[in-house]
Design a protein around this ligand. Structure first.
Ligand code: TMP
Length: 214
């Protein structure tokens, strides 16, 4: 896998933290800077990976084995990387991705209790050395996020999980951010939307400045 010169930005967070609205804000920030980029998401981002997303998110009666879920996440990711992310980065485009492997650590590792070593093994296999350059974590108290998310239509298979699952998800995002401060920026998503976007803009400006000085 040969990469870059483009930059790889991922956006993460639990349920109801305003990811969709803020992804749109980040995309408009990139447009204002005149940065050639693509916006994509996980699981998904290619026709095959979107089919896998459907398999993963649809509620079903059959219990989903945790390894099955984990492997499907990485199967979708392998396809997405090969078809979309790596070619874009190699062309010099920036990639803005709604969730990536941090979500696997948080949801499958934190939420489901899958061993982090197992996830790291698949991460290395599927991504080789590729890691995001910047990961923006939208963070809010779980109860607040779930309250917001409950106003949406039918909950998917993950949204049906209980408070404790999402507490583990949040905990895992925050502990990863603490361990690798270079890559992560935590944005307090419990603030007003205007303040969240001011904070996001500041983080992006800092990242842009640092990228220009590389
Ligand atoms: P969302 O992007 O609309 O929030 O839906 C994707 C769901 O998939 C979300 O509940 C988080 C979950 N997910 C995982 O469990 N592991 C992963 O690796 C990714 C990318 C998403």
């Amino acid at each position: 896998m040969i990469v870059k010169p483009g930059k790889f930005i991922t956006v993460e967070g639990g349920e109801g933290v305003g990811k969709t609205t803020n992804m749109a804000f980040i995309q408009s920030w990139l447009e204002r800077q005149g940065i050639d980029h693509i916006k994509t998401r996980e699981p998904g981002g290619t026709p095959l990976a979107e089919d896998i997303r459907e398999l993963l998110l649809s509620p079903r009666d059959e219990a989903v084995n945790e390894n099955t879920e984990l492997l499907l996440m990485f199967a979708a990711r392998a396809q997405h990387l090969a078809e979309v992310i790596v070619p874009a980065l190699e062309r010099g485009q920036w990639v803005l991705c709604d969730r990536f492997t941090d979500a696997t650590y948080a949801y499958q590792g934190g939420g489901r209790g899958v061993a982090m070593e197992k996830i790291a093994l698949l991460e290395n296999l599927v991504q080789e050395q590729l890691r995001p350059d910047l990961t923006l974590i939208l963070d809010a108290p779980v109860a607040q996020g779930l309250e917001r998310a409950s106003k949406r239509s039918q909950p998917d298979r993950f949204e049906q999980e209980k408070l404790d699952f999402f507490e583990q998800v949040r905990e895992c995002y925050l502990s990863r951010a603490k361990k690798i401060p270079m890559q992560y920026r935590i944005v307090d998503a419990s603030q007003s939307l205007a303040q969240v976007q001011l904070d996001l803009g500041e983080q992006l400006n800092q990242f842009m400045e640092a990228s220009c000085n590389e």
